[in-house]
Design a protein around this ligand. Structure first.
Ligand SMILES: CC(C)(COP(=O)(O)OP(=O)(O)OC[C@H]1O[C@@H](n2cnc3c(N)ncnc32)[C@H](O)[C@@H]1OP(=O)(O)O)[C@@H](O)C(=O)NCCC(=O)NCCS
Length: 165
């Protein structure tokens, strides 16, 4: 059983190319109607299968994480996206996905995990803080949170997170 998930029938497995279509079909809904799929290329489900995860209950995909081991920084890994079905939130699935990714990272000699989120995504910021991530300081702030202006291109500000494993 995966540690910490309260519905015990939920299990985690590595991602597969066949997961791509079902995940992008629900992704915008899971993000409250924001247009997110454009930022989720299939490559995560083909070339990063060993570091991307699916949470499953009764054959239904109720959560996912896409991430990779950094090619440029041998002690770091990176989480690109995490999403949990709205009806299954606050039950430890996000935490379990992160903890599994942390374990895979450690097994591959990684000591630091990084990720970013949009400053408007308050629940993501809260989730990452609950998970023990620190926010990387910036000279700019949005509603009291340090943001890196234009980090992902013009107008695409980001909050940057880091955790030491
Ligand atoms: C962010 C998200 C993945 C969290 O998944 P989850 O399964 O609900 O999270 P968990 O139940 O594992 O919660 C882990 C911790 O984060 C906290 N947390 C989760 N969502 C929270 C929220 N909206 N506000 C405050 N705290 C929150 C939990 O209380 C828990 O902390 P605790 O263990 O100290 O009590 C989920 O809300 C989601 O899919 N959101 C939409 C997609 C998104 O924004 N993804 C993140 C950006 S890529």
């Amino acid at each position: 059983m995966d540690q910490g998930i309260r519905p015990p029938s939920i299990t985690l497995r590595l991602a597969d190319p066949d997961d791509y279509d079902p995940i992008i079909k629900v992704m915008d809904d899971w993000w409250g109607g924001r247009r997110m799929t454009i930022m989720m290329p299939k490559l995560f489900f083909t070339h990063f299968r060993d570091t991307s995860l699916i949470a499953v209950m009764d054959a239904e995909r109720v959560g996912f994480l896409t991430g990779f081991l950094s090619c440029s920084y041998s002690d770091e890994s990176y989480i690109h996206f995490v999403g949990v079905h709205p009806e299954f939130r606050k039950q430890g699935i996000g935490r379990a996905l992160y903890q599994r990714f942390f374990r895979i990272s450690e097994q591959n000699g990684r000591k630091v995990v990084r990720c970013v989120t949009s400053p408007i995504n308050k629940s993501s910021i809260a989730f990452h803080q609950h998970m023990g991530f620190q926010i990387i300081p910036s000279k700019d702030e949005f509603e009291g949170v340090p943001v890196h202006r234009g980090y992902d291109g013009p107008g695409e500000d980001r909050v940057l997170f880091l955790i030491n494993l």
